[in-house]
Design a protein around this ligand. Structure first.
Ligand code: NAG
Ligand code: NAG
Ligand code: NAG
Ligand code: NAG
Ligand code: NAG
Ligand code: NAG
Ligand code: NAG
Length: 441
């Protein structure tokens, strides 16, 4: 009798909102992010629907077969067959956790029951694959007859046995004519550890002779390759320029790029290799606008220890956008970037002394799952507008002051694609890093 009533309870839950009670039985059960929107929690980790509704997903089926218990076997299993085992995805990479243990967990990296990256060919060919509707514009036009492609592929390289590492390689681009790069799609070779790719354009006045090597780097812009052209992360699976814009390469544009590959190897396993890359699509039919990137950053700040909320504010005054922006530009994408103490970040546009619009308002910032703000209705920035950026940190875990640092400690950075190429950077007293996608009306 008892058993039957429990089963009935389960089957009714299955129809409505799933097994919330199991969240405590798996590592990070309350923290798994929605693969479509990293600001949202996927409450029923074992179910197809984000609120824990619908039928079980592959992880839910395995969890059930395992008697609803987190065991070493279940931990090492890759239920959703996306190349990452369940423990890795849930932040228990050594499979040491159990509900009673005090085992420290990493933040969950991805979803154990949903094949990721959800938009990859492998995942999309599955039955019941996830469809997100907040994805960026489709890459229309990459199959047009005038569009060519070049694949920038890392020579097969060992990935360091470090938690986070970067490997860089230099590539030459076609420079026999003028071209616009209109799209960039990643090639994910070892998707288990590949965390992101950034493509930096190099100063066209400098020419590297050797471009076939991979070397260790720190993934930040370095002279002479400082301009971010495009990139890949789980929130930006591909870059597709609006129909009127492209990044200029060739005679008057970038001739070489440095591509930085970021790896996340929490078990510090030796022997991983990778040969990921990026395919750039480019056309000699030049578009109306040059897309560009304006890397700006707040630097030289420090965070006192023991503060639950410490704000770093920086502004680009109106006088200076008048100088820098001759006519309206439009923002299409905004991203926030801080490091481990980051808590909240936002950028605001002020017009005539009043808040006009908030561009990127992230009230629950997580460095492993930054939130990307795509604007299907682009946000207008007018000459004279003031840009104000606020980064908020939580330093309660610190005993000492944390300094801004170019490579590791804290950052207050935003990344936007800019179009047309606009240098908002140098007007800001403390530098702000932004990478906007601006489109002129
Ligand atoms: C996909 O899954 C559904 C539900 O499990 C099933 O009815 C259907 O036949 C499956 N389709 C394929 C092509 O496997
Ligand atoms: C481009 O062509 C390929 C191969 O024919 C096809 O798979 C892809 O869907 C096409 N892409 C677009 C955006 O039309
Ligand atoms: C690149 O272009 C070639 C033809 O020039 C085409 O055969 C190939 O499919 C393209 N590759 C990609 C990844 O689109
Ligand atoms: C590249 O090669 C050219 C000609 O061989 C040489 O003049 C130049 O100094 C080299 N540049 C670098 C950075 O090594
Ligand atoms: C940012 O979002 C939070 C939560 O949605 C909201 O309370 C706050 O007012 C927003 N801030 C701005 C400046 O838009
Ligand atoms: C600040 O960080 C501490 C330690 O990491 C944490 O316990 C606390 O909940 C955080 N506070 C807020 C408001 O996020
Ligand atoms: C801060 O000080 C406490 C007590 O001395 C110590 O236990 C803790 O590890 C220190 N934290 C850091 C981040 O150094």
């Amino acid at each position: 009798m008892h058993i039957i009533s429990i089963l009935l309870l389960f089957s009714s839950c299955y129809k409505c909102f799933g097994y919330y009670q199991f969240q405590a039985y798996i590592p990070n059960g309350l923290n798994v992010k929605d693969p479509c929107d990293a600001t949202q929690i996927w409450k029923g980790v074992g179910h197809m629907g984000p609120l824990g509704s619908g039928p079980r997903n592959a992880f839910g089926e395995d969890f059930k077969l395992n008697g609803f218990q987190w065991t070493t076997d279940l931990c090492w299993k890759d239920s959703d067959q996306d190349g990452r085992y369940n423990g890795y995805e849930l932040g228990d990479p050594w499979c040491l956790w159990n509900p009673g243990s005090k085992q420290a967990l990493y933040p969950p990296l991805s979803h154990p029951g949903i094949c990721e990256p959800w938009d990859s060919e492998k995942c999309q060919s599955r039955n019941g694959s996830l469809q997100c509707n907040n994805k960026m514009p489709a890459c229309d036009g990459i199959n047009a007859t005038d569009v060519k492609n070049i694949t920038l592929r890392l020579p097969l390289s060992y990935v360091p046995a470090r938690r986070v590492s970067y490997v860089c390689s230099l590539f030459s681009l076609p420079s026999d004519a003028e071209y616009h790069v209109i799209a960039a799609l990643p090639i994910r070779d070892n998707s288990q550890i590949l965390h992101g790719i950034t493509v930096f354009g190099c100063d066209p006045r400098r020419q590297f002779n050797r471009t076939d090597r991979a070397y260790l780097c720190n993934g930040i812009p370095t002279t002479p390759c400082q301009e971010i052209i495009t990139g890949y992360t789980s929130g930006v699976p591909q870059t597709c320029m609006p129909a009127e814009a492209g990044v200029r390469i060739g005679i008057k544009g970038f001739k070489q790029v440095m591509v930085a590959f970021q790896y996340y190897n929490p078990t510090r396993r030796q022997g991983y290799t990778d040969s990921s890359g990026m395919t750039l699509y480019y056309t000699p039919k030049l578009r109306r606008f040059d897309a560009g990137v304006s890397p700006l950053e707040v630097t030289h700040f420090s965070i006192p220890p023991g503060r639950e909320s410490y704000e770093v504010v920086s502004a680009c005054p109106g006088d200076c956008t008048v100088l820098q922006v001759a006519s309206p530009i439009y923002i299409i994408l905004g991203m926030n970037h801080m490091h481990r103490l980051g808590r909240k970040q936002r950028i605001e546009i002020h017009r005539g002394g009043k808040l006009q619009q908030t561009v990127t308002n992230d009230t629950n910032y997580k460095v492993v799952h930054p939130h990307y703000f795509w604007y299907k209705q682009p946000i207008q920035l007018l000459p004279g507008d003031m840009l104000k950026m606020t980064c908020e940190y939580n330093s309660t875990s610190e005993n000492d002051t944390v300094e801004w640092d170019v490579s590791y400690e804290e950052k207050c950075v935003k990344v936007y694609f800019v179009l047309p190429q606009t240098k908002l950077a140098w007007c800001i007293t403390a530098r702000i890093i932004d990478l906007f996608l601006f489109v002129r009306s």
